[in-house]
Write a protein that binds this ligand. Structure first.
Ligand SMILES: [Zn+2]
Length: 120
């Protein structure tokens, strides 16, 4: 379920957006009619999975069928994507993962945002 708390945007493409909850720090991945909520580690795992699907489907002219299936740990829910959707979702998750990586790197180097020297 998407978070009931205020969300901040992490990354956006023309096809979707990733937000992070200011309350519980979970990320909400909005893509088409789907909203998925994960903790940060979950987002990275999901991004890797979609990256593998995107690599497997290749860059060639793909059929427009929803023939790329993704099982989820919840047996009641699965996804069927077109090759194009897999590439779009991959781009969205790749961007969001990069932003989270960058943020982590900045925090390790400069400390938490509150303690960073401001612009002078
Ligand atoms: Zn939340």
């Amino acid at each position: 379920m998407p978070c009931p708390h205020p969300l901040e945007p992490i990354y956006r493409t023309t096809h979707g957006a990733v937000y992070r909850c200011r309350g519980c720090r979970w990320v909400n991945i909005c893509f088409g009619p789907i909203i998925l909520a994960y903790d940060t580690a979950g987002l990275f795992r999901f991004a890797r999975l979609i990256r593998e699907m995107a690599s497997a489907s290749g860059n060639g002219p793909a059929c427009a069928e929803r023939c790329h299936y993704l099982r989820t740990p919840d047996r009641q829910i699965g996804f069927a994507f077109t090759a194009e959707e897999v590439r779009e979702l991959d781009a969205l998750l790749d961007g969001a993962a990069a932003m989270l990586d960058l943020e982590k790197m900045l925090e390790e180097t400069l400390g938490p945002p509150a303690r960073r020297p401001g612009p002078s």
